[in-house]
Design a protein around this ligand. Structure first.
Ligand code: OAD
Length: 243
């Protein structure tokens, strides 16, 4: 690990009480959840259809059975636990330093770690709603269902509250994310390839003092980061002290 860079990150964190974290799937790989675009990521696995197609709105409508086969197998991770990155971000929030976590992840691990201000741009697997009557169901209900989960009340198909391809993002979540990023003094971007829009475009709203990028691989766009760290994000955050 590049300890000099971690020391630089520590100083940036020490000097700010208005940090926003913007993250993606790479934040949860150290919790055992595969990301999308790494070599061993979801998009490089072999399925009858490309995963990008399976997790699209039209595929869900046309072929819910195949959608749920993939979704339950690969996207529901009920036993995953927060890693040092999730935990340290929650601690930094409790200490008044981190103001918000904006995440593309749908695993709920930031909340499980204790973070309160979490803006989930792509929704959450922990919330599911009947497409007919709107009744809420938790992830366990989906996990325990046979095949396509169906609402016991009305017989409608249940859909995860996850933003599928072809679907729009929740406007309130976007608005709050933009406000937090616009107001931030420090933006830490981590574990995201920055190739999926509109999420990746939100970092353009940052006009603060220091921008940090913690990502193992290359990212898909210019960030003009002041500090770039390529070590695993959980290991990096495990070195950070909250003071
Ligand atoms: P990606 O899989 O595109 O990118 C994850 C990034 O994290 C890669 O650049 C990895 O190099 C890096 N990475 C992996 N493990 C890491 C670690 N331990 N420490 C540091 N970096 C690490 O995932 P996202 O950018 O989140 O959307 O993908 C964006 C969206 O594409 C997802 O939200 C999802 C997907 O389609 C939807 O499902 C709507």
């Amino acid at each position: 690990m590049d300890l000099e860079k971690v020391a630089e990150l520590q100083k940036i964190i020490d000097d700010s009480d208005n940090i926003v974290f913007f993250g993606g799937a790479g934040v949860s790989t150290e919790s055992g959840i595969p990301d999308f675009r790494s070599q061993d990521g979801l998009y490089n696995l072999k399925y009858a259809y490309p995963p990008e197609e399976i997790i699209s709105h039209s595929f869900f409508e046309a072929n819910p059975k195949e959608f749920y086969r993939f979704y339950k197998d690969k996207m529901l991770v009920p036993d995953a636990q927060p890693n040092a990155a999730h935990l340290k971000l929650a601690e930094l929030e409790a200490a008044g330093k981190v103001k918000a976590v904006v995440t593309q992840n749908i695993d709920g691990l930031h909340q499980k770690a204790g973070s309160k201000a979490v803006y989930e741009l792509h929704g959450s697997t922990l919330r599911n709603y009947c497409t007919r009557c709107g009744t809420y169901y938790d992830a366990k209900f989906i996990q325990d269902s046979e095949g396509v989960p169906v609402c016991p009340k009305c017989g409608g198909i249940i859909k995860p509250d996850v933003v599928l391809y072809e679907e729009g993002l929740d406007s309130r979540t976007i608005r709050r994310s933009i406000e937090a990023i616009e107001d931030a003094d420090v933006l830490i971007i981590g574990g995201t390839s920055l190739v999926v829009y509109p999420a990746a475009g939100l970092i353009d709203y940052f006009h603060g003092r220091k921008l940090v990028l913690i990502n193992k691989g290359a990212v898909g766009r210019e960030t003009r980061a002041d500090l770039v760290i390529t070590d695993p994000i959980g290991e990096v955050f495990s070195q950070i002290k909250v003071r």
